[in-house]
Design a protein around this ligand. Structure first.
Ligand code: BDR
Ligand code: CA
Length: 309
């Protein structure tokens, strides 16, 4: 099987960890590098979390440090869902791997060149690292095959009535990525709120008993409590959606659209405005907006993959 070369850009919090662990076990994907960005927690946490999850799971891939702050708005973290440390206050054993010092944008550019135009980028945090890379390397857009993001929503939001966390976290960066010319797959809240594990499924993953599976259960307890308080459907595996979409698009449905990010709105800052349900007249329509998932097949696949640890 020809494996797809993949880059993973993450603000490593609890659902990012599940996404990374799932990605590593999907035989269709070949993980070439990981970059960390500030988002769910400060970069000092998300960088170490990515390194430490790799150590825990035996993921032998370099992790690069990226942006400490969004481009123009202040950093906003999510301690209520991810804990102050980003992994639900679980203490992970520190990775003994030497810390990479090459910045995320340089490492991504090098990996894109090495993959000869085939690299697909999965980005599951604020898009600051990608926007910085596009700003620094104008030819990068010709070297990346596709960008798959967790971010935005065709309808609604989660941090404001209009905006989703990752896009609100750096709206200007998101707009640069949507306007880069590279095809984008947008897994927003429309689909990610439907891609959940029930509390019983989370418990059964923990019951597999391996250090990785116990970490998945324990680190997600705060998030689970958050979703229960806010009438969520279960534990939303937001960031696993673009990962699973890349390997198993048959589990998902969606529509081609134009997507523009609101960067000035008083009430709508960070909204991903789509033309799906309007006139379909945006000049640039190269985003595939994922809208639904076969929840049971998705949840079964996540459990099957985590069970292999
Ligand atoms: C997104 O925000 C973060 O808190 C999650 O990791 C996910 O990427 C969901 O809105
Ligand atoms: Ca994330």
């Amino acid at each position: 099987m020809k494996r797809i070369p993949v880059w993973f850009d993450t603000d490593l919090g609890v659902d990012d960890a599940v996404a990374l662990l799932t990605l590593w076990r999907l035989p269709e994907l070949e993980l070439r590098g990981i970059s960390a960005v500030a988002g769910n927690a400060e970069l000092c946490h998300t960088f170490e979390n990515a390194r430490n999850v790799c150590h825990l799971a035996g993921i032998d891939v370099p992790v690069y440090p990226g942006a400490e702050h969004p481009l123009f708005v202040p950093l906003r973290t999510a301690p209520l869902v991810h804990g102050k440390n980003g992994v639900g206050e679980v203490e992970l054993a520190p990775s003994p791997a030497p810390r990479e010092t090459k910045p995320a944008w340089d490492a991504l550019y090098d990996a894109a060149k090495a993959a000869g135009g085939e690299l697909q980028v999965i980005a599951v945090g604020p898009l600051t690292n990608l926007a910085t890379a596009f700003g620094k390397y104008p030819d990068l857009k010709t070297l990346i095959r596709r960008i798959l993001i967790m971010g935005g929503a065709a309808k609604g939001g989660n941090v404001t009535p209009a905006a989703e966390f990752n896009i609100y976290g750096d709206p200007h960066a998101a707009q640069m990525v949507f306007r880069s010319g590279v095809p984008v797959v947008m897994c927003g809240l429309d689909v990610t709120m439907r891609a959940y594990l029930t509390p019983e499924e989370v418990e059964s993953i923990g019951a597999y008993g391996t250090p990785v599976c116990r970490f998945v259960r324990d680190s997600n307890q705060l998030a689970l409590a958050f979703f229960e308080r806010t009438d969520g459907p279960g534990l939303c595996c937001h960031d696993t959606c673009p990962v699973m979409y890349l390997a198993h698009p048959e589990l998902f449905t969606g529509e081609e659209a134009g997507v523009y990010v609101e960067t000035r709105g008083a009430l709508t800052l960070g909204k991903t405005v789509t033309d799906i349900w309007s006139d379909k007249q945006f000049p640039d329509r190269h985003v595939f907006v994922v809208l639904d998932v076969d929840r049971d097949a998705f949840a079964a696949k996540v459990q099957e993959l985590l069970r292999t640890y």
